[in-house]
Ligand binder design. Structure first.
Ligand code: PLP
Length: 431
């Protein structure tokens, strides 16, 4: 088997004219997993009474056991949730917070999860502490910033109050791998409850929950394990099994083991979860196993870095262990005037929405590709997702289309509008 564009045409559903280099956002489903998904849907919709009685919870439990082997924990510590955002919501809406507790987050937390934490903190009278992280940053600095924050919180906290820290396995934008195993060690050392947002982890990087030793961990399976969307897991350490409730709280609220509460959370379509064994068959039979996938994607990542230059790489630098990451983020070189324009304009969320819509709509319609981009630490970046279904050259082609799109943007009325606005010094334009 040879990975690359031909593999995509044989094994995936993408239209022939598409150049998909952004797997990280929504994942992609192989044909054989999609076929299995349709079979489960049909089985369910054909005779719901029979399906719900004989298959629904039973198949969920079977899949949970399969995943538990993949991440090295007892399946009874795992629950199915529709996505990582839900995993984080389940934890922070259920956790037994008390007034005066503290939640520590990083400045690069995923927006949706940041909102969840904001809600939990306000609702419970909990303090919020933010660890400032900007990339590129050395692993040592990342760790020392977390540690300094932990020490500060512990020095001032009331006796008996709790501290919970949430941090990413791999951040979203830029797509940088965090030293999450070592942040977890710090949490343990300082008696802080640890929650890993591993939205991008299972399938991409090996995960051994027992070895990591965290309290909570959530990962999508619909990104890097090739499942249809709506498929994620949540790990909860036994100490918190009784406290953590699904959303919605449903029939299984009382007298049930933790994992059982999540097997049926009200009437819904659970078909993605039943496809987990099939996704693993795809990995093993069609791809030759995770090692083969990882080595191809690592090679692609190295190819991208070599093309743009290590000085353009946006990551956690000087890692103390393997920092395999299928998402590669690189800085975009800009002329001085455009650099200043973006620096001014990206301060405004509306600008970000408008420029992303302009560039990405055109890219999708005209070039049939999608190049994730954003602004961080005073530079424009693009994020590529390495995958078994792309050829290396496709990233560079996609990047060229992105640069052409930027040129179209500079010639557009939208650019004029924001350029005039950001150049204007009157108060109304600054609001
Ligand atoms: C770090 C991080 N957390 C959470 C999410 C949310 O994933 P989902 O939309 O599947 O819940 C993402 C999505 O990319 C992410 O990158």
């Amino acid at each position: 088997m040879t990975f690359g564009k031909k593999f995509r045409e044989d094994k995936f559903l993408f239209p022939k004219d598409a150049t998909p280099i952004n797997h990280g956002s929504y994942g992609a489903v192989p044909k054989r997993v999609y076929e299995t998904y349709k079979k489960w849907l049909h089985k369910d919709f054909q005779f719901p009474d029979e399906f719900m009685h004989f298959f629904q919870a039973q198949e969920m439990e079977k899949s949970l056991k399969v995943v538990s082997k993949l991440v090295n924990t007892d399946y009874k510590n795992l629950a199915f949730v529709p996505n990582a955002t839900s995993g984080v919501n389940v934890v922070f809406r259920s956790f037994p917070f008390q007034k005066g507790d503290t939640i520590v987050i990083s400045s690069v937390i995923y927006d949706a999860c940041g909102n969840t934490i904001d809600f939990a903190a306000r609702r419970n009278g909990v303090n919020l502490k933010i660890v400032d992280i900007t990339f590129p940053m050395s692993e040592k600095t990342v760790l020392s910033r977390f540690e300094a924050t932990f020490k500060q919180v512990l020095e001032t906290k009331k006796t008996g109050s709790q501290v919970v820290c949430i941090y990413d396995a791999i951040c979203s934008m830029p797509g940088c791998r965090m030293p999450f195993e070592r942040i977890t060690e710090l949490c343990r050392r300082y008696g802080i409850v640890s929650c890993i947002d591993g939205a991008h982890s299972i399938g991409m990087i090996p995960i051994d929950i027992q070895a990591i030793g965290c309290d909570f961990y959530t990962s999508n399976l619909h990104k890097w394990l090739y499942l249809p969307r709506g498929c994620a897991i949540l790990y909860v350490t036994p100490k918190f099994h009784d406290a953590i409730m699904p959303f919605p709280i449903s029939h299984s609220y009382k007298d049930q083991e933790f994992y059982k509460r999540f097997l049926f959370t009200a009437s819904n379509n659970y078909s993605s979860f039943y496809c987990i064994p099939e996704a693993l068959k795809f990995v093993n039979e069609d791809c030759g196993g995770f090692d083969k996938i990882r080595s191809y994607c690592r090679k692609q990542g190295n190819g991208i870095i070599a093309h743009f230059g290590t000085d353009h790489l946006v990551s956690v630098t000087e890692p103390s262990a393997d920092d395999l990451n299928f998402m590669v983020t690189v800085k975009v070189d800009l002329p001085k005037d455009k650099q200043e324009f973006f620096a001014r304009s990206f301060k405004n969320k509306q600008f970000e929405n408008e420029v992303r819509d302009f560039v990405l709509s055109d890219l999708l319609r005209k070039s049939r590709t999608f190049v994730q981009f954003g602004w961080h630490n005073n530079f424009l970046f693009v994020r590529f997702s390495c995958q078994i279904y792309t050829d290396l050259q496709e990233y560079f082609w996609g990047y060229d289309q992105f640069l052409k799109e930027l040129d179209r943007f500079y010639a557009s009325d939208l650019f004029q509008k924001w350029n005039n606005r950001s150049a204007c010094t009157s108060r109304c334009c600054k609001l």
